[in-house]
Design a protein around this ligand. Structure first.
Ligand SMILES: C[S@@+](CC[C@H](N)C(=O)[O-])C[C@H]1O[C@@H](n2cnc3c(N)ncnc32)[C@H](O)[C@@H]1O
Length: 453
């Protein structure tokens, strides 16, 4: 095995962060999927030529398929294969984004790491960004998951008639964070086949997987096709990415003042959103030190349509939910200062806190008129008129109405919609409506309400 790569110095320095990063992304590909990917590759290239695999783990992709050479890159020495591969095949222990390395392969295959953007260290992001800019007209997106960076790298590592076949989350076909990547592929006119794997049987990974095949030869003239793959590997063409006959809900800007706003990301729920017990322990007062906040509706039924103080007390305050957001506007009280002073360094070493002048000083969002959960499992997200005036945090998004008095009518319209067939499923039975998709819904509602008036 070629051991020339070595770990980048930045990763040595941050041993604990590295441990967390690796723990998040080390999921092995089951044999069924390895074989599936190779079937797709060899159907397009009977001999895949010189193959590269970034984040190769034990080099399991080298055990199948027809190709000339295999080169795997793996950052974690503990994950590499036990014995060196037979020459000319090799595994290089090192960072896939190592600068200066010449990449000239025919096929890029693999299962790149899945690590959420919020969990990626600044050093990691800077390094990946720099390398991709060195390789191609890469367009950064500050919200991308690690696998998106690996997709760019994959495309840059194969020649003008190369092939890329990766096991990645199906969400890449719809999420705004991968929009630039999709636009780039479309601009290049490459063919794309996406195989939605109904049951990938990955350990620990909840997102729906797909196998994405990007073919630079573009024999179909830049066509995108979607397929569903069932548990017996039977492949059926999908009409729409939603898996239903409905098109995916469009992404729009708000046409007027009625708009959806994403939940606040204060920089760590454990630090910024307290339980009632924590509030009392630190002697923080409502409303000067803390304000009501909701970050989940998972534990409550949609048996009423208003978020009242009574509902908040019963289902959030008295059940130990994190429901008190620090009120950091204006002068802070000695009690709040004492609380902030005792927050351990590790709890505030994330990107959001580090990028602020004062690590805790976030801008308090305006109270929204309607709150809804971005994730849902039924016809529509749970939603409540925000009579209480709670701040929406994390996966709970807000809707501001042009006039607060419009909110009952907007809410009544929202309660009629069925979004389940119009959005892409992120995980088994778990759907998500993006902010700009909710704007599309709201734009329609506004038109209907205006026509009625
Ligand atoms: C999802 S696992 C896949 C492993 C293996 N290819 C498989 O299919 O089972 C991703 C692998 O990428 C490795 N990895 C993560 N970041 C990397 C980087 N920057 N450079 C090289 N390898 C990396 C992880 O250690 C992990 O082994």
């Amino acid at each position: 095995m070629d051991r020339t790569g070595g770990l980048p110095p930045s990763l040595h320095a941050e041993e604990s962060d590295r441990g967390v990063y690796l723990a998040r992304c080390q999921v092995d590909t089951p044999e069924r999927l390895l074989r599936f990917v190779w079937t797709q590759v060899n159907a397009r290239r009977p001999n895949a030529g010189d193959v590269v695999d970034f984040g190769c783990g034990d080099a399991r992709f080298s055990r199948f398929g027809t190709f000339d050479t295999y080169t795997g890159f793996e950052i974690d020495p503990a994950r590499g294969p036990r014995a060196p591969l037979r020459s000319p095949h090799k595994v290089v222990l090192g960072d896939a984004f190592e600068p200066g390395r010449v990449l000239d392969f025919s096929t890029c295959i693999g299962n790149p790491p899945y690590v959420r953007h919020h969990d990626l260290e600044e050093v990691w992001l800077g390094r990946a960004d720099k390398r991709l800019k060195e390789l191609m007209p890469y367009q950064a997106d500050g919200r991308s998951n690690a696998y998106v960076y690996f997709m760019w790298l994959a495309m840059a590592s194969v020649g003008a008639d190369g092939l890329v076949a990766l096991v990645i989350p199906f969400e890449w076909v719809s999420r705004p964070a991968s929009a630039k990547l999709r636009a780039f592929i479309k601009e290049q006119g490459w063919d794309v086949d996406v195989f939605h794997i109904r049951n990938a049987a990955f350990e620990r990974v909840l997102t729906t997987a797909c196998v994405a095949v990007i073919d630079k030869r573009a024999a179909l003239g830049g066509k995108w096709r979607f397929f569903d793959v069932d548990d017996a590997d039977v492949i059926t063409p999908m009409k729409e990415v939603t898996g239903s006959s409905h098109k995916q809900l469009a992404y729009q800007k708000a046409a007027g003042q009625t708009r959806a706003i994403r939940g606040l990301s204060p920089g760590g729920k454990e630090v910024f959103v307290l339980t009632e017990a924590e509030r009392i322990h630190f002697q923080l007062q409502y409303p000067s030190d803390v304000v009501p906040a909701v970050s989940s509706f998972r534990h409550i039924e949609q048996s009423q349509v208003t978020l009242t103080e009574a509902l908040f007390r019963k289902h959030y305050v008295h059940t130990g939910q994190r429901c008190w957001l620090l009120n950091v506007e204006g002068e802070i009280s000695p009690a709040l200062k004492a609380y902030l002073d005792q927050v351990p360094e590790e709890a505030r070493s994330n990107y959001t806190c580090k990028s602020r002048k004062l690590w805790w000083k976030f801008v308090m969002p305006k109270v929204a008129d309607i709150l809804y959960s971005s994730g849902f499992k039924t016809a529509r997200p749970k939603m409540f008129r925000n009579v209480l005036g709670a701040i929406h945090v994390g996966g709970i998004h807000g809707i501001h109405c042009e006039l607060a008095s419009d909110s009952p009518a907007v809410m009544a319209e929202l309660l009629k919609i069925d979004l389940s067939k119009k959005v892409v499923s992120l995980a088994k039975g778990f759907l998500k409506v993006e902010v700009r998709q909710m704007n599309t819904v709201l734009n329609d509602i506004q038109k209907r309400l205006a026509a009625r008036a």
